[in-house]
Design a protein around this ligand. Structure first.
Ligand SMILES: NC(=O)c1ccc[n+]([C@@H]2O[C@H](COP(=O)([O-])OP(=O)(O)OC[C@H]3O[C@@H](n4cnc5c(N)ncnc54)[C@H](O)[C@@H]3O)[C@@H](O)[C@H]2O)c1
Length: 425
């Protein structure tokens, strides 16, 4: 995968790939793939991973969950119990449910596994992607794909190798698989609001879970159990959660290349040490090479107003993208999305499976890497107070990995970044 600005268009995004088009247009290139029992393994058995596994099993009756991996034995055991209620769709035994930092390697060593679902904390995504590609597995990878520039480059290289080896890759930027947004995007592409000039996008949410600390937990276990609050593990909430809005902004901007990123951020409610070193708000100005500007905010503060939405302003009107409403320049509504659509997380699993069954290559890595890069740039600009470009990201030496992956590895909490003092590396 080329991380420079020479867009090669070797991957096609998900926008045009709703199921109906696959079913009607694709001849089944590979009869074996059409009827094969697809065997799936889940790595990272938390909330989202469990959701993704249940959803892929619902796509058709010839898919089976055959292995689980998680860092913690209690998480694997709970998932094994939950999934075992699904009968024939699940074939798990103690020999195919693994725990530990190297649990993923045991899954990759199972030749019968066709597809891996990667849903651990994002720091591990590039590591798990690399191993999956080496083992020849098709990949569903939850967003984000990395937390820092070093991880992003590894993830991009793994995606490039997927393409080389014909391995399917779907990153869970789920809004791109949401029917109402796909329909709204079609209207935008047809020019209903003219040329987009500016996009205002927000992911303003409340506080999130905290899993406390037990006396017998090492520092590493405490961080792993509360991974949201440590930048090396989550990338901060701009990368971990609000990246969805950055991805929609980038989609609205035509997946164009970025010119500059200038961000502000800090922590006002997360002052307690239990919140590690992440911020609780960011505000970022994005400027694309094609002249489109994006103003983005995100917040995770309890007691504040919530708002997740994107409004794009064009030369002939505006679109409320999140809600599927389009207005002319007088403010009159001229279009609204209609119809019933499959739930987006369910739909993304269908897109992956149906492309595999149809022998129609799918890889949304290119735009996914770009969105993750914009999120990481937003974080780094906020932490340092510097205006940044894609070049900065490519030349950055930042690698937030710990010295080793064991629960006994000594690990301290990196200081909370201070704009103007924290250096860009
Ligand atoms: N697309 C969406 O709508 C959406 C929604 C929620 C979460 N997510 C993403 O899904 C991912 C998981 O989030 P979650 O909410 O399920 O978190 P979670 O904490 O519920 O689950 C993460 C699981 O990964 C396990 N884990 C930790 N380190 C691991 C390792 N090295 N190897 C294997 N397993 C490991 C944890 O023990 C835990 O069980 C994150 O990247 C998050 O951003 C996406």
């Amino acid at each position: 995968m080329n991380l420079t600005h020479n867009r090669r268009n070797f991957m096609k995004g998900s926008a045009a790939l709703l199921t109906s088009s696959i079913a009607t247009q694709s001849a089944f290139a590979d009869t074996a793939a059409k009827t094969k029992k697809l065997k799936v393994a889940l790595i990272g058995c938390g909330g989202r991973g469990s959701g993704a596994a249940s959803q892929i099993l619902k796509v058709d009756n010839n898919i089976q969950l055959v292995a689980l991996a998680d860092l913690f034995p209690d998480k694997v055991a709970a998932a094994q119990k939950r999934f075992s209620r699904l009968g024939d769709k699940v074939q798990l035994s103690d020999d195919t449910c693994f725990s530990g930092f190297d649990a993923y390697k045991k899954v990759m060593a199972m030749p019968e596994v066709d597809i891996v679902l990667l849903a651990s904390p994002p720091h591990f995504r590039p590591i798990h992607m690399e191993a999956a590609v080496d083992a020849g597995k098709h990949i569903f990878a939850e967003k984000p794909l990395a937390c820092d520039p070093a991880g992003l480059k590894r993830a991009a290289e793994a995606i490039r190798k997927c393409e080389e080896k014909g391995l399917y890759f779907l990153c869970g930027f789920c809004y791109r698989f949401d029917g109402p947004k796909v329909e709204t995007m079609k209207q935008i592409k047809e020019g209903i609001i003219g040329d987009i000039i500016n996009i205002q996008t927000s992911y303003n949410a409340g506080g999130l879970w905290h899993r406390g600390r037990k006396e017998d937990w090492s520092d590493m276990e405490w961080q792993m159990r509360n991974w949201l609050y440590f930048t090396w593990l989550s990338g901060d909430h701009i990368v971990e959660q609000a990246i969805h809005s950055i991805d929609k902004m980038q989609w609205l901007a035509g997946d164009g290349d970025i010119k500059s990123v200038l961000s502000f951020g800090g922590r006002q409610s997360r002052t307690d040490a239990k919140f590690g070193n992440v911020y609780d708000h960011f505000s970022v100005n994005y400027e694309f090479q094609n002249g489109i500007t994006g103003n983005f905010t995100c917040r995770q503060q309890g007691g504040t107003d919530r708002y997740v939405g994107d409004v794009a302003y064009g030369t002939k009107g505006k679109v409320d993208f999140q809600r599927g409403r389009i207005y002319n320049s007088k403010g009159e509504q001229i279009w609204a999305v209609k119809g019933k659509f499959e739930q987006m997380h369910q739909h993304e699993q269908r897109v992956l499976v149906e492309h595999l069954r149809a022998g129609k290559y799918f890889n949304n890595g290119e735009e996914s890497i770009k969105s993750c890069g914009l999120g990481i740039l937003g974080r780094m600009s906020g932490y340092t107070g510097k205006k940044l470009t894609w070049d900065h990201l490519m030349k950055s030496k930042e690698d937030l990995s710990p010295s080793a992956y064991t629960l006994d590895t000594p690990i301290s909490v990196a200081p909370v970044a201070q704009p103007g003092i924290t250096k860009f590396v």
